[in-house]
Design a protein around this ligand. Structure first.
Ligand code: PLP
Length: 460
């Protein structure tokens, strides 16, 4: 039996995990009845290993996080050095050098006049912060009724009760209602499933129509991801974000670009807004900001947004103890430095075409309906019938994703995401250091597994 530390064996860890660990977003029933909990014990580059010594290609960057790759002792060391110098001090009323340096660095990389950085401990807190900024901004500027948020259907913006207002996944909302009011949803940019008679150009206009419907004097912000994750990597149609920007300006509504996934090189630019050439008022980020070597997030606001908060005795009445934690800030600085020195974003731009081509090459398999995404962030949508684009009912989807694909891909050494928050998809977001060798490995697993899934579906 593999030993995971000097004292605890795999069997003991399993036992303790079953008894004491509450997994996030997980059906834990099967573990109660003996199913083994996947136990990842170490990582290096694009790979991780489990407690039995099995190696996996991490084609999801540990949930879109480990952009620089696993096992970077130098980035960990930056955190250790900082902890020895100043383990913690808060950014409530104080500053410390690493938070200042990191805010300055982020402002230099972020688009346009997004010069003000409010640190958090993760993505949900960043979204929560942005929604609160939007509300208070309008209270300070004489529009106290501007409180509503426009988000997109099936979008995921976090799980705190405020962020859930924006999250557009019914199943994630219903168990916790009621929560903060004011969340309004419009169609996302699922170009594979546009309703009949609905053109790409209608998608941005749907935001204007919703603002009109709600009353412009009640709407504070529009929040959208550059490429929407939930539903399976929906890129925008041409000109979409430019039109959304115009709409936000026309109605005096803040535009929030939720880049918890889409920043830090994921789309081949520091920020997703840069990939599509638009200028948001606020960016929310997390995950890749430290390549997840420490938990951290940030809300980055424009000069215009911070302005009323700088006036007289005003202040943003909001904060988190750990926002801007010195250790996390030092780790983030080291991560960004490594990304620059090692030209990681250039690597994405150089190889994104090959990544896409590998996924496209699977289109001959009947179950592969669509391939979409940008940079190192792609999805395959699975369909029952490629000609009609017929999707699976919930029982079939359950059988296909949870009953077969997710376990089989993992068993064959590939970590990716099987998701059915929208129609069933497989998602891939490898570390940004990945290249053709990893794409070939992915294909070697995906092809036989998807072919088997196709055969299985035909027999159903
Ligand atoms: C777009 C987006 N916003 C917000 C969040 C919430 O981030 P966290 O899980 O760090 O709270 C996520 C998480 O995946 C996300 O993808």
């Amino acid at each position: 039996m593999a030993t995971t530390s000097s004292e605890v064996t795999s069997a003991e860890l399993q036992e303790q995990a079953r008894r004491h660990l509450w997994l996030h977003f997980s059906r834990m029933g099967p573990y109660e009845h003996g199913t083994e909990i996947p136990m990842i014990t170490r990582g290096e580059g694009c790979y991780v290993w489990d407690d039995h010594g099995n190696r996996y290609l991490d084609a999801l960057s540990a949930l879109f996080c480990v952009n620089i790759g696993h096992g970077r002792a130098d980035i960990a060391q930056a955190g250790a050095d900082q902890a020895a110098e100043l383990g913690f001090f808060t950014t409530w009323s104080y500053a410390h050098p690493r938070a200042v340096e990191l805010a300055t660095k982020i402002a230099s990389l972020a688009p346009g006049d997004l010069n003000r950085v409010f640190f958090t401990s993760g993505g949900g807190e960043s979204v929560e912060t942005a929604l609160k900024v939007a509300r208070q901004y309008y209270k300070l500027t004489g529009h106290p009724n501007k409180t509503k948020i426009i988000a997109r259907e099936v979008a995921y913006h976090g799980t705190t009760l405020g962020a859930l207002t924006a999250t557009g996944v019914t199943g994630l909302r219903q168990p916790f209602e009621p929560f903060t009011p004011g969340g309004c949803h419009v169609p996302n940019t699922n170009l594979y499933r546009l309703p009949p008679g609905y053109g790409e150009e209608n998608l941005a206009e749907a935001i204007a129509e919703r603002i009109e419907f709600e009353g412009p004097e009640t709407v504070a912000a529009v929040i959208l991801e550059p490429v929407q994750n939930a539903g399976g990597c929906f890129p925008p149609p041409e000109g979409y974000f430019q039109r959304v920007r115009e709409i936000c300006d026309e109605y005096n509504v803040l535009m929030i670009s939720d880049e918890v996934i889409c920043s830090w090189g994921r789309l081949g630019e520091w920020f997703g807004a840069q990939r599509f050439g638009y200028q948001p008022d606020i960016i929310t980020t997390a995950k890749g900001i430290t390549s997840a070597y420490a938990p951290m997030g940030a809300m980055i606001a424009s000069d215009r947004v911070i302005e009323p908060f700088l006036d007289g005795n005003n202040s943003f009445i909001h904060g988190f103890t750990f926002g801007g934690h010195p250790m996390a800030a030092a780790v983030s600085l080291a991560n960004i430095q490594a990304m620059e020195d090692e030209e990681v974003i250039e690597n994405v731009r150089e190889h994104e075409g090959e990544f896409r081509a590998m996924l496209e090459s699977l289109r001959d398999i009947p179950i592969v309906g669509d391939v979409r995404g940008v940079g190192y962030f792609h999805a395959i949508e699975l369909v029952k019938d490629r000609e009609t684009r017929e999707t699976f009912n919930s029982e079939e989807s359950e059988h296909l994703l949870r009953g077969f694909l997710s376990g089989e891909l993992y068993r064959r050494g590939l970590i990716c995401r099987t998701d059915d928050r929208g129609d069933p998809v497989l998602q891939f977001a490898p570390p940004l250091i990945a290249g053709p060798e990893q794409f070939a490995e992915m294909e070697a697993v995906l092809r036989p597994v998807l072919e088997e899934a196709s055969t299985m579906i035909k027999a159903m």
